[in-house]
Design a protein around this ligand. Sequence first.
Ligand code: GRF
Length: 214
Amino acid sequence: METPIAVLISGSGSNLQSIIDQAEAGTLPIRICCVIANKPDAFGLERARKHGIPAVCILSRGKTRAEHEKEIIAVLESHGVELVVLAGYMRQLSPVLLERFKGRVINIHPALLPSFPGTHGHEDAWNYGVKVSGCTVHFVDEGCDTGAIILQAVNPIEPGDTLETFKKRGLSIEHQALPEAIRLYCAGRLRIDGRRVIVAPDPVESTGGTRCIG
Ligand code: GRF
C-alpha cells in the first residue's frame, strides 16, 4: 500500500527529486500527493510539475507561522496526507502544524546532529574543520533540528576536498538517506521512545528471507 506524503521545500529540491525517482522506480511505497513551497521561485516546484505532481506555493512572507501553517494544513488535509517530509524547507514549524501531524513530520539536515544545527550545516561543519560529517533524518519537534533521530549517514572529509566537493558528496548521501528513512516510516518500523527512535528489524531479513504475513 502506498503512503500518501507531502514534501515541503524552499529551494532546489534535489532531495525531492530523489524521492520522486525512487517512487517512480518502485523502490519507495509512497504517493507524493503534493509539493508545497514557501517561495515562488523554488525550483522544486518545477521538478514536481514535470512529474505531474500537484505543486503549490504558499507564501510565508508577511504571515505569522500560525497563519501560514493553517494554509498549509488545509492543503495537506485536502490531499489526505499522512506523512510530511521537509526537504530543504527553511522555516521552523510551530505547534499548529506539529500538533496536527504529531509524530508524522520528518526533516533532513546536512550535518551529524546535534552538531551544526541551523541553516548552514555543510558550511558550519566544513569551517569547523571536522574530519567526518554527514546528514541526519529526524522527526521534527518545536526546536531547531532537535527532534528524535531516525538515521544518520556519514560523509568523511577526503584528501583534496573543497567545500564544494564536500557539499556535493554530502548531498548525494542525503539522496539515499531521506528515501531510506521514508521507507522505514512507511514500513511501520519506527517508534519514538523519548529521545530515541527504535527501528524495528526488517521482517524479511529477520526471517531469513521469508516474509511474515498476519
Ligand atoms: C539539503 O542540504 C538539506 O539537508 C537541507 O537543505 C538542503 C536542501 O537541498 N535541509 P535540496 O533543495 O533538496 O537540493
